[in-house]
Design a protein around this ligand. Structure first.
Ligand code: NAI
Length: 250
């Protein structure tokens, strides 16, 4: 119970990696706000799973690209769990489609950059007044932000690169207030993300070239995030931490 008495918000917390994070933080004793956008049923299942292990969580619907929704997320978080937030996990994100340079248009640019980057910026900004000495922000970046990503993922990879740079800058700005901010950079993790967008043969190939010879699991990313959320990582800030089975080193 490393997070007992703490309050956490997980964006896109209803399914896959977000679900694993929500459950893990609750298991460690945090009261968790599970934010969802279009995954209401998934969110119900996540809340049930948390209840089953004796944890405490609520669901709040919000689109992280819309300021009004973000403001409501903050208001409802305060109503449920009080004025202090100890852990913020900016997990909401997506590739949405693989597009080559000629296929990219402005609407697609806005979608990818807004969910992955703008959301991280403005959700964090909105919660600033609730974060204090000892709080921890964790951004979910990606290996793609380091290596440029796979085919057709230029905007996704760029948005995650921006998240990684943001993490470093804000670590300098927030450090004097005792607020830590780190990012995780997962390699290939078995979730709907790759079910939707990555061919089986590519997945097998990546797993085969990974020193640990497999894809990662959502729970393994959640374990790392729980560590970064906890006081066990109290001297870590501004890091972009790889979790990729040894596929690449930075
Ligand atoms: P996922 O697609 O299941 O999760 C993304 C979550 O973000 C979903 O719950 C979705 O509803 C939510 N979301 C999307 N747009 C939103 C919006 N406008 N407002 C609020 N929530 C929104 O995929 P997965 O794999 O669980 O991804 C979670 C995070 O991990 C993402 O940031 C993704 O980029 C990142 N990631 C995933 C990797 C993988 O191999 N699966 C590798 C590296 C990073």
């Amino acid at each position: 119970m490393r997070l007992k008495g703490k309050v956490a918000v997980v964006t896109g917390g209803a399914r896959d990696i977000g679900r694993a994070i929500s459950i893990k933080l609750a298991q460690e004793g945090a009261k968790v706000v599970v934010n969802y956008f279009n995954s209401e049923q998934d969110c119900k299942e996540t809340l049930s799973a948390i209840k089953e292990i004796g944890g405490e969580a609520i669901a709040i619907k919000a689109d992280v690209t819309k300021q009004e929704d973000i403001d409501q997320l903050v208001v409802k978080t305060k109503e449920a769990f009080g004025d202090n937030l100890h852990i913020l996990v900016n997990n909401a994100g997506g590739l949405f489609a693989r597009k080559t340079i000629g296929e990219i248009d402005e609407a697609f640019y806005d979608l990818v950059m807004n969910v992955n980057f703008k959301g991280t910026v403005f959700v964090t900004k909105a919660f600033m007044s609730m974060l204090g000495n000892g709080s921890s922000v964790i951004n979910v970046a990606s290996q793609a932000g380091r290596d440029g990503g796979g085919p057709g993922s230029a905007l996704y990879a760029s948005s995650k690169g921006a998240v990684m740079t943001l993490t470093r800058n804000w670590a300098k700005e927030l450090g004097p207030k005792g607020i830590r901010i780190n990012a995780v950079c997962p390699g290939m993790i078995a979730t709907k993300f790759h079910d939707d967008f990555t061919k089986d043969e590519v997945r097998k190939n990546v797993a085969g070239n990974t020193p640990l010879r497999r894809e990662g699991g959502a729970g393994e990313v959640a374990d790392l995030i729980a560590y970064l959320a906890s006081d066990e990582s109290s001297f870590m800030t501004g890091n972009n931490v790889d979790i990729n089975g040894g596929l690449a080193f930075s």
